[in-house]
Each structure stands twice: as C-alpha cells, then as structure tokens.
Write a protein that binds this ligand. Structure first.
Ligand code: NAD
Ligand code: TYD
Length: 352
C-alpha cells in the first residue's frame, strides 16, 4: 500500500506513522500536515525520511497540492486524521472547524475520486481502481451525550453538541454520501477518547500531568463527574489498521476498550501517581454544552474484525505519565509561544 496519512504530525497521526513503521514496514507512507499549532515534527524525530516515509507540509484544502501528492506517490490508501480537534477551541472559533474538518475532508475525497475512479468524467460510473480505500478517522462525539445508561453503537443517531463534533459529524455524512453516490471505497471509524505519548497538553490527561508536575492548579470543569471512555493511542492505531486492511466497504466501525472513567477519578489518579495532593484540584466554570457521558459498544469491530485492545488503563496511564516525565524537553518546546497565549486566554479568568 502507498498510504497518505494526513495530520500525521499531530497526536494520533504521529503515533499511527510510528505504529506502521514498527508493525507494517512494507507500506510506503506519505505524511501531509499543515503544521498548525497542534502539528509538531518533533513527534516524528525518530522516523527517518527515506524510500518508505516522506513528510510534506501542505493543507488538505489545497486541491492542486493534494492532486500532485496523489499522483507523484501513486497513493492507494488515505487515512484522514487532519482536523481541528479541541472542543474548547471550537467554542471560540467554530468556522475554522467547519473549514478544516468538513471542506478539508471533501477536498481529499474529491482528489481520491478523481485519481481512483476508472472513468472520472462519467457520473454514472461507480467503478474504482482495485484495492484502494479512504479511511475517515472520526470520533464517538458525533453521537452526542449519553445519560447514566447505554452505549453508542454504529446505529446510534448522530446528535453532535459542540462545533467540533458537529464538524466531524458533517464530514462523516459527506463521506457516506461519496460512498452512496459515487461508490467510493471507504470506511469511517468512531473512536473514544485517546491518551498516550505526544498528546498536546491542551487535552485533559496531558494538561493535568503537566500542571501536576509543576504544582499548578488542576482545572476541573463543573463537578468533574463527566465520563469519557479512554483508549490508549496504540490500540486506536491497531484498530485503524484492522479497518484499513479488513473493513467492509462503506461500513462504520466504533472503536473503544470498555474503559469508562469520571474526569475527577482520572485527575486523582494522576495526583496520586505523581505524589501530589488533592488541594491542587480547582473546580472551574463548566464548558458550555459539555457532554455528560460517552461510552462505546465495540461489539462490531471485536466480532467482525477480531480486534481487541492490548493495554489496561492502569498500565497505559502509568506508561503515559512516565513518558511525559521523561520528555521534559518535548514538553518545554510545545509549551512555549502559542500554547502560553492559549493557556492564559482559556484558564486565567478562572484563577484570578
Ligand atoms: P491533533 O490536533 O493532535 O492533530 C491534528 C493534526 O492535523 C495536526 O498535526 C495539525 O497540524 C493537522 N492539521 C490541522 N488542519 C490541517 C489542514 N487543514 N491540513 C493538514 N493538516 C492539518 O488531533 P488528534 O488528537 O491527533 O486527532 C486526530 C484525528 O483523530 C482528528 O480527526 C480527531 O477528530 C480524531 N479523533 C481524536 C480523538 C482523540 O481523543 N484525540 C478521538 C477520536 C477521534
Ligand atoms: P478533552 O481532553 O478536551 O476531550 P473531549 O472534550 O474531546 O472529551 O476533555 C476530556 C474531559 O475533561 C471533558 O469532559 C472535559 C474535561 N476537562 C476538564 O475538566 N478540564 C480541562 O482543563 C480540560 C482540558 C478538560
């Protein structure tokens, strides 16, 4: 396979490139990333550019560039991670989320259609080149929020509540339409919250680890009893590879490891692991539209594709905490400049 990974300098994308190099080195990988605030080439500093791996700085909305990259590299598979990914930022700037997540995905789909359709000018033809696939990396947040009971299945209606999840849901629907209308060979995956190495410290787990290491307040939104279903990023990567190689055309697959935790429990676990005290916890004003609970029913991917997660949360979180402790230089680089401005704008009002 010649795989175009988009957003491969971000958290999950860089872990996926590394996962491929380790577990399926026979594939060629082209990593396209615009290097926004979330993209960081240091995430890939251990991966040499050679015959099997190439990085190109480009925006997925740049159709001419995407066409060129497809053509030059004979791309056979796309794994689309590129997106604006942080709910809190989407509350401040929804338009950027629609532009990147929806129109960016559509530009990629058009490029793939142009390059892979056997008769691109014939609107009635649904024939595509053999063995190609577009994988849209989506999120369980498209399903909205759960109450105390129940799980998201692939048949749960989409009911996104944040501009981020609305943009991801819209992209999912555009993908669906390209499959139904044009016959585009594709899959959509909807994964629960990821954690692990290289996650940008605007997200809950790395933010709490970092603040705790610095003895800074830990900003818990609302009552801290919101529930997320956590999966180690490596397990997400192995699930994506299972779908890329074995997923049935047009199907959606939920990805999750049955690991529900309240935010407050995670924060307390991090505090204990780092030898700090509960006095660091600071309850702050809740996020507007905050989803109460997410939980994935993973029956389809486990039974149909034989995938299962390999990390327990206990080992995964300890490995992740240790990773941040051992990568202070990475953290310092990430935290300088734009992050400091973001943190100030987002959290300073709570701590005055
Ligand atoms: P991230 O913010 O760490 O990385 C996103 C990457 O996309 C960055 O490297 C950024 O530079 C790049 N990018 C942004 N706009 C771009 C554009 N226009 N063109 C090219 N590149 C662009 O995000 P992440 O947490 O790694 O998430 C990756 C994907 O996985 C997203 O699509 C997200 O919706 C999805 N997802 C994330 C989670 C999670 O818990 N983090 C869970 C399920 C699904
Ligand atoms: P986040 O990592 O932003 O992921 P998402 O909103 O996509 O699930 O947040 C995870 C949970 O942690 C969510 O319920 C919001 C909460 N949270 C806090 O309580 N404080 C924080 O500073 C952050 C960033 C998140």
């Amino acid at each position: 396979m010649n795989i175009l990974v988009t957003g491969g300098a971000g958290f999950i994308g860089s872990n996926f490139v590394r996962w491929l190099k380790k577990n399926a080195p026979e594939h060629r990988v082209v990593n396209v990333d615009a290097l926004t605030y979330a993209g960081n080439l240091e995430n890939l500093s251990d991966i040499p550019q050679d015959e099997g791996y190439r990085f190109v700085r480009a925006d997925i909305r740049d159709r001419a560039k995407m066409n060129e990259i497809f053509f030059e590299n004979d791309i056979t598979h796309v794994v689309n991670f590129a997106a604006e990914s942080h709910v809190d930022r989407s509350i401040v700037d929804p338009e950027l989320f629609l532009s990147t997540n929806v129109l960016g995905t559509q530009a990629l789909l058009d490029t793939a259609k142009q390059q892979w359709k056997l008769a691109p000018e014939d609107k009635y033809s649904r024939a595509f080149r053999e063995g190609v696939k577009f994988l849209q990396v989506s999120t369980d947040e498209v399903y909205g929020a759960l109450g105390k009971e129940g799980f998201f299945t692939e048949a749960t209606p989409l009911a996104p509540n944040s501009p981020y999840s609305a943009a991801k849901a819209s992209a999912d629907l555009v993908c669906r339409a390209y499959h139904e209308t044009f016959g585009m060979p594709l899959n959509i995956t909807r994964c629960s919250n990821n954690y692990g190495p290289y996650q940008f410290p605007e997200k809950l787990i790395p933010l709490m680890i970092h603040n705790c290491m610095e003895g800074k307040p830990l900003p818990v939104y609302g009552d801290g009893m919101q529930i997320r279903d956590w999966l180690h990023v490596d397990d997400h990567c192995s699930a994506l590879y299972a779908v890329l190689t074995r997923g049935a055309a047009g199907e959606v697959y939920n990805i999750g490891g049955n690991n529900e935790r309240a935010n407050l429990d995670i924060v307390r676990l991090i505090i204990r692991s780092l030898g700090a005290g509960d006095e660091l916890i600071s309850y702050v004003k809740d996020r507007p539209g905050h989803d109460r609970r997410y939980a994935i029913d993973n029956t389809k991917i486990t039974t149909q594709l034989g995938w299962s997660p390999s990390y327990t949360f206990e080992e995964g979180i300890q490995q992740t905490i240790a990773w941040y402790q051992n990568h202070m230089e990475w953290l310092e680089h990430v935290l300088s400049g734009a992050y400091a401005d973001y943190y100030e704008r987002m959290y300073a009002p709570f701590f005055q």
